[in-house]
Design a protein around this ligand. Structure first.
Ligand code: IMP
Length: 220
């Protein structure tokens, strides 16, 4: 793996490079995701920023067929423009009885003007005829770290559960109110951010990211 440019320059240079070296850009504008990720990476020696501070970077178009391709593409795209590490994640919901839908289309399942409420409404309508045993689903998260256009690491996490018939709970985002996690007998929207992070697809992937960042740059 190529040594990350910022660390190469950090080794040979002075104060400016050293100050910019430990910057991490979260490649998301989704506030729900950003909130969870910031908690999962809290206490690391990185200045964590999000795309909200960099409107000039433009938007990466997620056109790929898998979470991994989208996650890698997004990380590469933003890391060509940002002088630090970039963490991108692509995530979504796969329903077994719907052949893995909504999958990579989770965010825009109900169309261009999609909202979390409209996506849930569409999902529940499609699943109305399905019995409890046919409602298995899982969340997937693929997190990629990149620097200057190079992928450094890719990590994956998943969470299995089932889709219930009516939304429950006020917390979280996306499909959380209809995703039931049997071991806790709650939907993800009935959990606090801390409780969700302990078990979630994102929590599982991001704990691996955290372990890698703790050792950075030695880990390269
Ligand atoms: P993207 O990764 O920004 O393309 O969007 C992921 C979409 O998947 C979100 O907008 C949600 O609809 C859904 N999603 C991903 N992770 C979660 C989660 O933790 N809870 C609920 N919905 C999620």
């Amino acid at each position: 793996m190529k040594r990350c440019w910022i660390w190469a320059s950090w080794r040979n240079s002075g104060l400016t490079d050293r100050l910019t070296a430990r910057r991490l850009l979260l490649a998301t504008t989704n506030q729900g995701k950003a909130r969870e990720i910031k908690k999962l990476l809290a206490g690391l020696n990185f200045k964590i920023e999000s795309l909200v501070s960099y409107p000039e970077f433009g938007r990466f178009q997620e056109k790929e067929k898998t979470f991994e391709e989208n996650s890698r593409g997004k990380a590469r795209f933003y890391s060509r423009q940002y002088g630090g590490l970039v963490l991108a994640e692509d995530s979504g919901l796969e329903v077994e009885a719907l052949d893995g839908k909504p999958g990579v289309f989770s965010a825009r399942f109900s169309g261009r003007q999609a909202t979390d409420q409209k996506n849930i409404k569409k999902l529940l309508k499609l699943m109305r005829p399905l019995s409890e045993s046919q409602r298995k689903a899982r969340f997937i998260c693929v997190a990629s770290l990149a620097c200057r256009g190079q992928i450094l690491k890719v990590y994956r996490g998943q969470l299995s559960g089932r889709i219930i018939f009516e939304p429950r709970g006020q917390n979280g985002f996306g499909y959380d109110p209809v995703f039931f996690y049997a071991p806790l007998q709650k939907t993800l929207a009935e959990l606090t951010t801390e409780e969700k992070n302990k078990i979630s697809h994102r929590g599982r992937a991001l704990r691996k990211v955290r372990a890698y960042l703790k050792k950075f740059p030695e880990a390269q």
